[in-house]
Design a protein around this ligand. Structure first.
Ligand SMILES: Cc1cc2nc3c(=O)[nH]c(=O)nc-3n(C[C@H](O)[C@H](O)[C@H](O)COP(=O)(O)O)c2cc1C
Ligand code: SF4
Ligand code: SF4
Length: 254
């Protein structure tokens, strides 16, 4: 089994690895931005495709990945795993509709609630105990879903017509422009930046090339929040104006 994921801050990577390895201890898990994804897709029949939901939609990087690699998914059995901070309606349905156009067979969908990765907005912030509980529950949900999958009855989260309507009305009608293109809204506060180079090396879009004055955003941000959550100077912002609290999944795992 192949787990193919995009994960800005680690939630989706954790969920993919847990789900895939419950089903196949020798299964391979690969990030979408890594080398060798096309060969991996071609050599597997069962694929778990996983991503975080952004504004009830696919991150732009995931949209582009699926469009560029769509034909490789023909006749593949694809189970879709979507992580989210609260709600997505049809998070799994977004990729399912696209992949069906390329002839993929969608075997099921799973929505997993995880801590919110947006570091510069207070909206979904919970205390540490609540976040640890969320991660525990997510683990239980993943294990239960793996058992259902193994029994031939995979969950179908986000794939039906009611979910589609909920995703549209709940968010996409109002926020669809947010994920239509890469963002040029990311800002770096030069006074806070210590020019450590970490964001440059972490960005999956190579959006932060180094310059003598510090990293320079190129307007190709997929809004994954990886750099914002990792910056030692809390110098980077995107949707909000200042970093409220940085997020690290490793602090919440047992
Ligand atoms: C730009 C952005 C938009 C998001 N939009 C939603 C959303 O519409 N609904 C939701 O429940 N969570 C939303 N989230 C939260 C993430 O989906 C959630 O934290 C996810 O588990 C992060 O996964 P990752 O650690 O693999 O990047 C959003 C996060 C970001 C960065
Ligand atoms: S991670 Fe933060 S401090 Fe380091 S170079 Fe990037 S913006 Fe500057
Ligand atoms: S600039 Fe930061 S938030 Fe944007 S894609 Fe790169 S790492 Fe993610």
């Amino acid at each position: 089994m192949l787990g193919l994921y995009f994960s800005g801050t680690g939630n989706t990577k954790y969920c993919t690895e847990r789900f895939v390895h419950r089903l196949d201890s020798a299964g391979t898990c690969l990030a979408m931005e890594s080398i060798g994804t096309a060969a991996a897709i071609l050599s597997h029949e069962d694929i778990v495709l996983a991503y975080p939901v952004y504004f009830s939609n696919l991150p732009k990087l995931v949209q582009d990945f699926l469009r560029e690699n769509g034909p490789l998914f023909a006749r593949k059995r694809v189970f879709i795993l979507a992580t989210m901070g609260l709600f997505s309606g049809d998070g799994a349905g977004c990729a399912a509709r696209l992949l069906k156009q390329y002839g993929a067979v969608i075997t099921g969908g799973l929505h997993v609630q995880m801590p919110d990765s947006i570091a510069d907005e207070k909206a979904l912030k919970r205390n540490r105990e609540q976040e640890m509980q969320l991660v525990r529950k997510a683990g239980e949900k993943l294990d239960a879903a793996a058992r259902q999958f193994a029994a031939g009855k995979p969950p179908q989260d986000g794939l039906g017509a009611a979910s589609h309507t909920a995703g549209l009305l709940g968010q996409r009608l109002w926020f669809s422009q947010k994920t239509r293109d890469y963002s040029s809204q990311l800002k770096i506060d030069r006074a806070k930046c210590v020019n450590c180079g970490l964001c440059t090396s972490l960005c999956p879009m190579s959006n932060l090339p180094a310059t003598p004055e510090g990293p320079h955003p190129m307007g190709r941000c997929t809004m994954c929040y990886r750099c914002i959550n990792s910056c030692p100077g809390q110098a980077i912002t995107l949707l909000g104006k200042q970093v409220v609290r940085q997020y690290s999944l490793t602090d919440l795992l047992p």
